[in-house]
Design a binder for this molecule. Structure first.
Ligand code: ASP
Length: 410
């Protein structure tokens, strides 16, 4: 009979966020003393991402059992991910063509494009880079696509190995996954304090730069509103409608159940940061099996990014409009396809999508300096698109689970 009253974690997190905003506004000169709380939390999450993704995927793929099952589940998962990402791209193109936010923009390009190395991200390179030349290096640098590729391969071959090997390795990876989830729990307990640190840092930085806030109201504001609006349509309209259609369950209940992970995605602008939380919650709350959660979520985390794809399309067109370049329908289709690829290739970390924008701009010959134009509004946009990215993953996992005959508690 110790404490009677204990606030649930999502509420603690919300309080942490609100306090972070207030502190960022009113105590901006002191955020340097609180930022470390956020850094510590993010490092904790980053620490677990690689071993968690690797063990979850190997476990997910190897526990799917017969390769016919794997093929079917993978097929459904990919179909859902690709279809929703394409819908997001088309939605973005429609909106940006409708509102034309880039026409008549004052091109005062910032010289902040440094740090992005567009030459490194060509279309073909991206595909080739999925196969790791060194898996340890890919893990050490947090390069997710090669890690995912190798984990799927590894899990698949566990399945068709001798009984002895299969039993042994399945046990080992189940165990590894279990331990990783326990460590995850430890890190998540610090989410309210950690997110306080993250949010106060972001708000504090903006408060010290009123010019950045001011630009929000210009044409960049309209551009940002289109991306935010598109993400909202995708996240609150299209994905829930698809979910309802395919599962006959209430999507907003699912949203509530997975609130902690979605809020984490929003606040950290990192899909990867929310993965550990969602992997846990999606099994505990709606009751998705370990094998499907372990397959769909880590895969979707890097591969399925609805919000990022929408962002890529809108931004490419916005830059074209700002430079007075008219893109033909054919070029717009190239924008859609490269945006899809850029979204697949983006890691689940803050601003990864912005770096990948170079792929899209390259493909249709738009000036890479255009990236500088949109930098100033990236933080809020990244937060919004990341939430939609993660929401796409979890709805996909539940839809696949339901289609495999699992009981979903919603
Ligand atoms: N921050 C996004 C994510 O983690 C990626 C992006 O920059 O679009 O999902």
């Amino acid at each position: 009979m110790k404490k009677k009253f204990k606030l649930a974690l999502p509420w603690q997190i919300l309080i942490g966020i609100c306090l972070g905003i207030l502190f960022g506004i009113f105590g901006s000169e002191y955020v340097k003393y609180t930022k470390w709380l956020g850094d510590l939390f993010l490092r904790g999450l980053q620490m677990i991402v690689i071993p968690l993704v690797f063990s979850a995927l190997v476990m997910g793929v190897s526990s799917i059992g017969k390769s016919a099952d794997l093929g079917r589940i993978a097929g459904k998962t990919f179909a859902y991910y690709v279809a929703t990402t394409l819908i997001a791209c088309v939605l973005g193109l429609l909106l940006v063509n409708l509102f034309q936010p880039g026409h008549g923009v004052d091109l005062r390009l910032q010289d902040t494009v440094t740090g992005l190395d567009p030459s490194k991200v060509s279309f073909i390179d991206q595909i080739v880079a999925i196969v790791p030349d060194n898996i340890v290096k890919a893990m050490a640098t947090g390069n997710m696509l090669p890690v995912i590729f190798f984990a799927i391969l590894f899990g698949f071959f566990i399945n068709i190995s001798s009984d002895k090997t299969r039993v042994l390795l399945t046990d080992v990876f189940n165990g590894l996954y279990e331990v990783m989830i326990k460590i995850t729990f430890l890190v998540i307990r610090f989410a309210p304090v950690g997110l306080f640190g993250v949010v106060s840092g972001i708000v504090g930085a903006q408060a010290g730069d009123p010019k950045a806030l001011g630009t929000m109201f210009g044409s960049l504001g309209i551009y940002a509103a289109i991306i935010a609006g598109g993400c909202i349509i995708q996240g609150l309209g299209i994905l829930p409608a698809l979910f309802l259609l395919l599962t006959h369950k209430n999507p907003f209940k699912l949203m509530k159940q997975l609130g902690t992970g979605l809020l984490t995605a929003f606040c950290t602008a990192s899909s990867a940061a929310s993965l550990p939380i969602n992997l846990q919650d999606i099994q505990e709350k709606p009751g998705v099996s370990r094998k499907i959660a372990g397959f769909c979520l880590p895969l979707g985390n890097t591969v399925n990014m609805n919000g990022t794809a929408l962002f890529e399309c809108v931004t490419a067109l916005f830059i074209a409009q700002a430079y007075g370049i008219d893109l033909t329908l054919g070029q717009q289709i190239v924008v859609i396809l490269t945006s899809l690829l850029a979204a697949v290739g983006s890691a689940g970390i803050p601003l990864a999508g912005l770096v990948m924008l170079a792929v899209v701009l390259n493909a249709v010959g738009l000036p890479l300096e255009g990236i500088g134009l949109v930098l100033v509004v990236q933080q809020p946009l990244d937060m919004i698109r990341t939430t939609v990215n993660v929401w796409g993953d979890v709805t996909g996992a539940v839809i696949v689970a339901k289609s495999e005959g699992e009981t979903i508690n919603l």
